[in-house]
Design a protein around this ligand. Structure first.
Ligand SMILES: [Cu+2]
Length: 312
């Protein structure tokens, strides 16, 4: 089968179920293209062929051959194959076959609010405690199972190859948890807790390696402030003329760092984006700012060390 994952500008696929979803979308596009290439010229031909000037009187019998019915039948069969052969099995897997306890899934609570992603880890006991209704949310101190819970804002840490279950809920309005690189999208609805699962198969380091490119730092300071890649990550160290490091490898290129690099005469940087969590529902005035990052760690040990940093 063709590899559709890099087809038509799809985001880089980093998850286990990404390839079949992309394959299905690819085949839908192929079928639509085939229909378009046939129907569009045929439509134009009929407009010309049966124009009123040439055919002043309607033909009340119409087409008598059967071939148009065969073509319609073939289209129905192709659509049925896409639906039954591709869409149903993928949907059944994603919605029903949640990882079992032996697969040791990483379970995360995700509580959305205007305009942030609150990522809650259950800590050592594996149990989530209650959270408060404050903004931003906090762990409710009256619930002992929450004592070791950890809340990370706008950053979701995962482990490569480890199945992940995210329980999604919302504190206020409807948001939508979208991970383009994981081919995951699910609305967060107040009053409901909706689980999604996926397996990240590409680490952040591998992702950055594949996505890195040389970027020019704009000479116009105003434009630098709106620089689209200001969240990008430096792929190597950049030092000023006096030898001080302005941007270290794996550091996020903030506007301030871009300013300092430009002042030091560095106008090109090798940088890469991170996998993004975006809100796919227009959820209010600050909707545009509701962006988070997924960091996929290479090993469980690396993940554990990172999570330790969030424990006070
Ligand atoms: Cu939102």
């Amino acid at each position: 089968m063709f590899d559709f994952s890099n087809f038509g500008g799809m985001p880089l696929d980093a998850s286990a179920h990404g390839a079949p979803i992309d394959a299905m979308m690819g085949w839908v596009h192929v079928l639509m293209l085939a229909l378009f290439l046939f129907w569009a010229p045929f439509f134009l031909y009929t407009l010309y062929r049966f124009r009123a000037k040439k055919q002043p009187k309607a033909n009340y019998h119409g087409v008598t051959s059967k071939w148009s019915s065969y073509v319609e039948g073939a289209v129905v069969v192709a659509e049925a194959v896409l639906l039954v052969g591709f869409a149903f099995p993928i949907w059944a897997t994603i919605k029903n076959d949640f990882p079992t306890a032996d697969q040791n899934p990483l379970t995360i609570n995700l509580i959305t609010e205007q305009f942030a992603w609150n990522v809650v880890y259950p800590g050592g006991d594996g149990e989530f405690g209650r959270t408060t209704l404050t903004k931003p949310i906090q762990i409710d101190p009256s619930d002992p199972s929450g004592a070791d819970d950890i809340i990370v804002a706008d950053e979701m840490h995962l482990v490569k190859g480890r199945p992940t279950v995210v329980e999604i809920s919302s504190q206020d309005v409807i948001h939508s948890f979208a991970l383009p690189n994981m081919r995951v999208k699910q609305d967060a609805i107040p009053g409901l807790k909706i689980p999604v699962w996926f397996v990240p198969e590409m680490s952040t380091a591998e992702f950055r390696q594949q996505m890195q490119k040389t970027m020019t730092i704009d000479a116009d300071q105003q434009r630098r402030r709106q620089y689209p890649p200001y969240r990008w990550i430096a792929m190597q160290d950049y030092t000023g003329p006096d030898g001080t490091v302005i941007a270290a490898r794996n550091q996020r290129l903030s506007t301030r760092i871009l300013d300092r690099l430009f002042e030091a005469g560095i106008t090109e940087v090798l940088a890469a984006p991170d996998m993004e969590i975006s809100c796919a529902q227009l959820c209010g005035g600050g909707h545009y700012s509701m962006r988070g990052t997924i960091i996929v760690h290479e090993t469980q040990a690396e993940f554990d060390a990172k999570i330790q940093e969030y424990i006070f």
